[in-house]
Ligand binder design. Structure first.
Ligand code: PRP
Ligand code: ORO
Length: 179
């Protein structure tokens, strides 16, 4: 079995919840993909790291991150997978609001100014969260090379990200999950 096949199985087993839910965007949906159950699982997280690194292997970037909280374990899984393969990838976290005390930073972790970075998400519906991260990185002087998500819900995120002139990639789609 490939990492991708294993990851799809893990997402189906751990994360897919059928039933009426209200999403971050306020939209109603018939299912929810609780990716935190996957990205924070001891078996599934390494799969996330390897699958996501494979997905973007042809892109040139050396830092990865996105809007907290969903993006955080995706970025660190990629960091650890890259390190396990003998490489290096730094990670950052975009806060929903800048911290009011301490160094008052909106982006925590590695410095993004002047660097080529990948913005990630655990799952995307409207793409709004991913775009918030893109805007924060650009404001801090980073160069976003693309947006990559683990699960795409096929509800407009690709189009929203592409309208910003950015490539949008995803590892797992609805048909992979039988949704
Ligand atoms: O494409 P979008 O319409 O923006 O929706 C997707 C976002 O929703 C979820 O996070 P949520 O907003 O629930 O917050 P959390 O990561 O803090 O749990 C998910 O992790 C994405 O970040
Ligand atoms: O749009 C969302 O809020 C959302 C959808 C989903 O399937 N999973 C999730 O964590 N958030």
């Amino acid at each position: 079995m490939s990492d991708l096949t294993d990851l799809i199985q893990q997402i189906s087993d751990l994360a897919v919840v059928r039933g009426k839910v209200t999403l971050a965007s306020g939209r109603e949906a018939d299912y929810y993909v609780d990716m935190r159950r996957v990205t924070l699982d001891g078996v599934a997280s390494p799969l996330v790291g390897r699958v996501m690194n494979d997905l973007v292997a042809d892109l040139d970037f050396d830092a990865v991150g996105g809007l907290t909280l969903g993006a955080d374990p995706v970025a660190t899984a990629m960091l650890h997978a890259r390190a396990a393969a003998g490489g290096r990838l730094d990670a950052f976290v975009v806060r929903k609001e800048a911290k009011a005390h301490g160094l008052q930073r909106r982006i925590e972790g590695t410095e993004v100014a002047g660097r080529r970075v990948l913005v990630v998400e655990d799952t995307s519906t409207t793409g709004g969260s991913a775009l918030t991260a893109v805007e924060a990185v650009r404001e801090a002087g980073g160069i976003v090379v693309a947006v990559a998500v683990v699960v795409d819900r096929a509800t407009g995120a690709a189009e929203t990200v592409e309208r910003e002139g950015l490539e949008y990639r995803y590892a797992v789609g609805l048909t992979d999950l039988g949704l």
